[in-house]
Design a protein around this ligand. Structure first.
Ligand code: SF4
Length: 456
């Protein structure tokens, strides 16, 4: 009898605690991004107030929350979520906050223009999110932007002082079902990039100095993901070979997950050497993914890539000699790209005979030099020039389509150019063109607003 009474009291207490306990949801539209898992991990694991944390890929969920974190990986998410913002507001408890983070948040005025949220986390999320969790007033928090009567207030961001022992992320239960370019998850090994490519925001977001996590910290995380059913892991951090102990990292992670389940994508052609390539062959699936971008030295210079076409050719040779398969990514339709620049890129793709190829139309991500160039405008943006050969298609899309089709046949194992493959490629190119035109309109005023990022 007594026991029953104690149990009943405990139940009432737990129910009460449950009501009082704060709740947060971290939404990562479409896929579980690594950044969203890290934010959820901070909320759940960092010392301080206990919070119930949910991680979701969708915008439709039940219940009310004290914090709704939107971890946005694409500029277009601002438009997509803008349509659902009223519904999200109804899911906020009284005094609750809608907080936006992710690459696009580097330019908070831009986010506020398109999304009626309360707070934008600028740059790295660890410090501001932990302070929010522990009840600090927004005005006191570093690395956030918020609205006041007099306008938008920006508290400058601070970098995480101890990335070596970073808090582990929250791992979603169904993470093993996710497939992003062949990996269930991309694990961050380091932050920062000493290069400054005009289309990329990594060095602006994380700084120029490389800050690496310890191998022990990374391995602890790999084991947790493995326990959750994850098989395929990619190590990432902008340029993976910039990790301070690249070979040791691959050797150790591979011993946990198996070499056939580990990849090290996104490598610069000028950061490899025999040891790097040897480690890739010995401890990973044996592929190297190079950001090659263009076959024109003029365009490589304009993109501030810091490499020449000769470096690309040498890197491909070096990788092949070490028995490593080579994939390359290319950007077409960059502002100022002339027909002769494109022809050089096409020739390079034909000559390199890669194992795989990824082609994208240049996207002006807010906060990048490319975005600034696009905002300044000019008649030389191939995304806004009509193709003379294909109806209802821009020059940028025409080049993307042509290069993709070229890359299917000019490769180690050529693909058969079926009608299906052509249709699929055409659809992908049209989608890329449409999305990037929308992003361009968002930053240049086509959607009613001329945007100028204070960080440029
Ligand atoms: S594209 Fe790669 S090398 Fe260039 S700035 Fe970004 S992360 Fe660095």
């Amino acid at each position: 009898m007594f026991l029953v009474k104690v149990f009943a009291c405990k139940k009432v207490f737990c129910e009460k605690e449950k009501v009082l306990r704060k709740r947060a949801i971290v939404i990562s539209p479409g896929i579980y991004t690594y950044g969203a898992s890290v934010i959820a991990g901070i909320l759940e694991r960092c010392p301080g107030v206990d919070i119930d944390v949910t991680l979701s890929k969708g915008l439709h969920f039940e219940g009310k929350f004290d914090y709704i974190f939107l971890s946005l990986s694409s500029t277009l998410h601002l438009l997509e979520i803008g349509d659902s913002i009223q519904e999200l507001k109804r899911k906020c408890k009284d005094g609750g906050l809608i907080v936006v983070g992710g690459p696009v948040s580097q330019c908070p005025e831009f986010v506020f223009r398109y999304l009626d949220c309360d707070v934008v986390v600028i740059g790295e999320g660890e410090i501001p999110v932990e302070m929010m969790k522990n009840g600090y007033a927004i005005e006191e928090i570093d690395g956030v932007a918020y609205k006041e009567n007099r306008g938008i207030v920006i508290n400058p961001p601070k970098q995480l002082p101890d990335i070596e022992h970073r808090t582990l992320p929250k791992i979603p239960k169904d993470i093993s079902e996710q497939d992003v370019r062949g990996a269930n998850v991309y694990i961050e090994t380091h932050r920062g990039c000493k290069f400054n490519c005009s289309f990329c925001q990594v060095s602006e977001f994380f700084g120029r100095e490389i800050r690496s996590r310890s191998i022990d910290n990374i391995v602890e995380e790999v084991k947790e993901f493995k326990k959750a059913g994850v098989k395929k892991i990619a190590v990432s951090g902008g340029t993976s070979s910039l990790y301070y102990k690249f070979r040791d990292l691959l050797e150790t992670v591979s011993s946990v997950i198996g070499k056939n389940n580990l990849s090290a994508p996104d490598i610069r052609v000028d950061t490899i050497n025999e040891e790097t390539l040897d480690a890739i062959r010995e401890y990973t699936i044996g592929w190297v993914f190079f950001g090659m971008e263009s076959g024109s030295d003029r365009m490589l210079k304009r993109m501030r890539k810091g490499i020449k076409v000769g470096d690309i050719i040498e890197a491909r040779e070096a990788a092949k000699q070490q028995g490593v398969k080579v994939a390359g990514s290319f950007i077409v339709g960059y502002p100022g790209e002339r027909e002769e620049d494109y022809e050089k890129t096409k020739e390079l793709v034909e000559d390199l005979y890669l194992d795989d190829c990824f082609i994208s139309i240049a996207e002006p991500i807010p906060g990048t030099e490319l975005a600034e160039e696009v905002i300044k405008g000019g008649a030389d943006n191939p995304l806004f020039i009509q193709s003379k050969r294909i109806r209802n298609m821009s020059v940028a899309e025409e080049r993307a389509l042509d290069l993709m089709l070229t890359s299917y046949v000019a490769r180690e194992r050529p693909l058969t150019l079926s009608d299906d493959l052509y249709e699929k490629t055409l659809k992908e190119v049209r989608k890329q063109g449409e999305d990037i035109r929308k992003v361009t309109q968002m930053i240049t005023g086509g959607l009613g607003y001329v945007y100028n990022c204070g960080y440029l």
